[in-house]
Write a protein that binds this ligand. Structure first.
Ligand code: ATP
Length: 450
């Protein structure tokens, strides 16, 4: 398969961040953009017989949303193309909630859910977004009043969960992709919903942008530059927030002492950053104002809370906490079961083994933990713990002494090794479970936004 060297370089550049070979998955809808991307990747692999690409084969993923009668024939088209190009293909069928407000958004969620399940840790997912997509995203976000983070639109390389999303075509216009496809006589499917101007993106693409480009031929380049500048600004804002946040607290809280000395914009920046770090949707300006007026300024003994969507910010003493009310423990404030140890998502983070999210946690002994089945339980009442070199104490008193907010006490995971309590992740390790050496240490810790 022959292709221009410029396109091979485009793929090389997009993967320059990778230290070595890694499996590459491609989101392949069968449309023009992803057909071009897949074709370029196959050509790139062939041009680099001993390079990164060859070491790990390509794998295309086609998500069948079952939304249109043509869905099955699109899937067959993808199967034929991949057979011809000798690319491994997996077709995954999803059921999109058709009663939902935005079908487009539901289809996207279902698609990303598939990708999350299919792409392994440290691997790469390639998507075929191009410069026209970037411009449309920027304009849609502008219309929603987004700040620099949203206006940064899509990055060429971004992190999603434990894998990277790479968009090698982001610097190319749709017109260039069409020329490429025609030159190589590629076949692709046309989605009739792209003509439906009731979708905002199609309205911009079909009605607004073509006319605007007549007046402003470099519109794509200039708007894409604005997106890149916004990406830079939001990167700087994140760095500033990281400095302002300091060492993260084990319980995910944000001390008022970190917020109070800051100017109002800097305080808002820190609040947004802190919430994003924990996987929460950014609050609107109005909600931020309410957090400041109702939660931060409340009296010491008040129990203020501000909610938006399923998120809730509360305060205990002089620390702010954020929770997801939809997750177990988010509303009922206790979890009445014990579960085998595995990563679990709780309202204020995801408990995970071996990954330290902050430097304050105390490690457990791997060797001792291996001696009995590990399990996570939640407070039922009456538990006692023995910390190294101290007499045993009721768990209730320990929570109080350590300043754990009352609503977190019923949902703070307790690590059980058989019948014995080994410790409280992020807070303490019990006597007999301390590691003998650095290598023996295992962090059971909170991963924010996991
Ligand atoms: N049905 C599909 N199966 C596999 N990959 C897909 C599918 N639809 C889209 N993709 C991948 O996602 C990329 C973006 O597609 P599209 O522009 O339709 O997405 P979108 O709905 O705007 O959502 P987002 O931009 O958030 O991905 C495509 O270029 C392709 O790589």
């Amino acid at each position: 398969m022959n292709t221009d060297n410029t396109y091979i370089q485009l793929i090389e550049q997009a993967l320059a961040f990778m230290p070595g070979p890694c499996r590459i998955h491609v989101g392949y809808s069968g449309g023009l953009d992803s057909t071009v991307l897949l074709h370029m990747l196959v050509a790139w692999q062939q041009a680099r017989p001993s390079g990164r690409g060859k070491a790990q084969p390509l794998r295309a993923i086609h998500v069948n949303h079952q939304l249109l009668p043509q869905a099955q024939s699109w899937q067959q088209h993808c199967q034929q193309v991949c057979k011809q190009w000798q690319v491994e293909l997996d077709c995954l069928t999803v059921t999109v909630d058709q009663g939902a407000a935005s079908l487009e958004q539901q289809a996207r969620l279902a698609r990303y859910h598939c990708f999350d399940e299919q792409v392994g840790a440290g691997e790469v997912l390639m998507l075929a977004h191009h410069r026209d997509d970037q411009v449309e995203t920027l304009l849609q976000r502008l219309a929603r009043g987004s700040g620099p983070l949203g206006l940064g639109a899509m990055a060429r390389v971004s992190q999603r969960r434990d894998y990277r999303v790479v968009r090698p075509l982001l610097e190319l216009d749709r017109e260039q992709l069409e020329r490429y496809a025609n030159h190589h006589k590629l076949k692709w499917i046309e989605d009739p919903s792209n003509q439906d101007d009731s979708f905002e993106r199609n309205f911009l693409r079909n009605r607004i942008l073509p006319r605007w480009r007549q007046q402003h031929p470099r519109l794509n380049q200039t708007l894409a530059r604005s997106a890149r500048l916004c990406q830079e600004s939001s990167e700087l804002l994140a760095q500033l927030a990281e400095l302002d946040l300091g060492l993260p607290r084990a319980d995910g809280g944000l001390s008022l002492s970190r917020l109070e000395p800051l100017s109002s914009p800097r305080r808002n920046n820190l609040l947004r950053y802190w919430l994003r770090q924990q996987g929460f949707q950014p609050p609107s300006e109005v909600v931020l104002g309410r957090i400041e007026a109702e939660v931060m300024m409340a009296a010491e003994d008040a129990q203020p809370r501000v909610e938006w969507g399923s998120c809730c910010v509360r305060r205990f003493q002089s620390v702010l906490y954020c929770m997801d009310l939809n997750l177990p423990g988010g509303e009922q404030e206790s979890i009445p079961f014990s579960i085998p140890f595995e990563p679990i998502r709780l309202p204020y983070g995801c408990l995970s083994g071996g990954l330290g999210s902050n430097g304050q946690s105390t490690p457990f002994s791997r060797e001792v933990l291996r001696q009995a089945p590990l399990c996570i339980g939640f407070r039922q009442g009456g538990e006692r713990l023995t910390m190294p070199g101290r007499p045993s104490k009721p768990l209730k008193d320990i929570f109080q002494e350590m300043g754990v907010p009352p609503w977190l006490r019923g949902i703070w995971p307790i690590v059980y090794s058989g019948e014995r309590i080994a410790g409280l992740p992020g807070l303490l390790v019990c006597a007999g479970f301390e590691p003998h050496s650095r290598e023996d240490g295992l962090l059971l810790d909170w991963v924010r936004g996991g």
